[in-house]
Design a protein around this ligand. Structure first.
Ligand code: TMP
Length: 395
């Protein structure tokens, strides 16, 4: 049985930054979250049609932060050393931040956003500009045969029919091949009260417990789990075929399952408690920002993230509380935040001496941002974050 536990209200497309001419007719949906007693999978109750989110206007560039560039370079190097794959495929290759570390002639990419698919095609990687599913796997099997390493980062959790996606993996993986994927961790989301991991693109927030159940249906098995810091806490899941006896099981699988069970991720009541904390976080955040505003402070937001779309729309935070958002992404600058319509400008033009307080929309890059903006803190500037609870960061 699927049971709903959280209602984050009417929400727009999280990455759908708007030009003012697009204000009329903006798409909204009900952002509600449910728990499946049978598989322990946490998913959105209502999915948004994928074409509305992943299209030629998609603005999220994986390469835009040093953290992510280094992360994927490191991942590629480790996989090459460990598995020496001669045929590699990435699902959700974005701007090529991962595939660029592999040879063009033995590496293929899958990327439904046409703007990004064109980039990796130009770099010499054959890129299928399509959604990942059983039909595409069949086509790739005919064109290129089975794959030894299939990688996917922050993409599997976007796929609404996850059973179909895992079946497609099973059909394309060689007998001794490995499938490695990483996505935000449900355990970290619950621990950090980071409810803004929930938005249209994240059809599911995975636990190891749920993935274990889902993958087994397709004769696939998790043999290792790595806990990562990126994207606010993610898991890298290593998968093999059940009948692959060459690769052994790593203790990290049992360790992660135990941690998750201790945190109650297999029980509905855990999510009901989480929902109560989310509501408290909203009240405190709005109070904090209103407090600064009533003192005449200039408040902005740092990072026009998909996560902050959830926060702003759920908490009712608009241009009355946040003057503007600064973001380094050129494609977002000159636009407005989805739903709440707060202007987005470049840090060069907006993050100046007039700013008193900055809401940390990109809290997952806190270390990188605090390093970069030490001058802001030294002159008395304050960052406000809501993770793991609403608090002010300053010197
Ligand atoms: P994400 O949280 O969805 O990964 O998006 C991060 C956003 O934050 C992205 O639009 C770029 C922006 N950003 C900055 O503007 N300045 C920074 O220093 C960093 C690290 C990110």
């Amino acid at each position: 049985m699927k049971r709903q536990f959280l209602d984050l209200g009417r929400q727009p497309i999280a990455n759908g930054f708007l030009k003012d001419k697009d204000f009329d007719g903006e798409f909204f949906f009900d952002l509600k979250v449910q728990f499946d007693d049978e598989t322990c999978l946490v998913s959105l109750s209502e999915f948004v049609p994928p074409e509305k989110m992943f299209n030629d206007d998609y603005v999220y560039h994986s390469s835009m932060s040093i953290t992510m560039r280094e992360h994927f370079e490191d991942a590629a190097r480790t996989f090459i050393n460990e598995y020496e794959p001669s045929k590699v495929m990435e699902i959700g290759s974005n701007d090529g931040v991962f595939v660029r570390h592999f040879p063009e002639d033995t590496t293929i990419a899958v990327e439904p956003c046409g703007n990004f698919a064109a980039m990796t095609n130009e770099q010499g990687y054959q890129t299928y500009a399509e959604f990942w599913n059983v039909d595409l796997a069949r086509k790739i099997l005919e064109d290129h045969g089975k794959q030894e390493l299939i990688f996917s980062a922050n993409c599997m959790c976007h796929i609404q029919d996850i059973d179909n996606a895992f079946e497609a993996i099973g059909n394309l993986l060689t007998q001794e091949g490995v499938f490695i994927f990483e996505d935000p961790s449900l355990l970290k989301m619950i621990e950090r009260n980071s409810y803004d991991q929930i938005y249209d693109e994240h059809a599911h927030i995975f636990s190891v417990v749920a993935l274990n159940n889902l993958l087994h249906k397709h004769n696939l098995q998790i043999f290792k789990v790595e806990n990562l810091d990126v994207h606010g806490g993610s898991n890298r899941i290593f998968v093999k075929r059940v009948d692959n006896t060459v690769i052994g099981m790593d203790n990290s699988v049992w360790r992660n399952i135990e941690m998750e069970r201790n945190a109650g991720l297999h029980k509905y009541n855990t999510y009901v408690d989480f929902a109560k904390k989310v509501e408290k976080s909203k009240t405190k955040l709005v109070e904090t920002l209103r407090g600064y505003k009533s003192q005449g402070k200039k408040v902005v937001s740092y990072g026009a993230t998909s996560k902050s779309t959830t926060v702003f729309n759920y908490c009712g935070i608009g241009p009355d509380l946040i003057d503007y958002i600064v973001d380094t992404t050129k494609d977002k600058q000159g636009k407005y935040s989805p739903g709440t319509r707060i202007p987005v400008i470049s840090p060069e033009s907006g993050f100046d001496n007039t700013v008193d307080v900055a809401f940390l929309g990109a809290w997952n890059f806190k270390k990188e941002i605090l390093n970069k903006e030490s001058g802001f803190l030294e002159r008395g500037g304050k960052f406000v974050t809501h993770v793991p609870h609403v608090r002010v960061l300053g010197v």
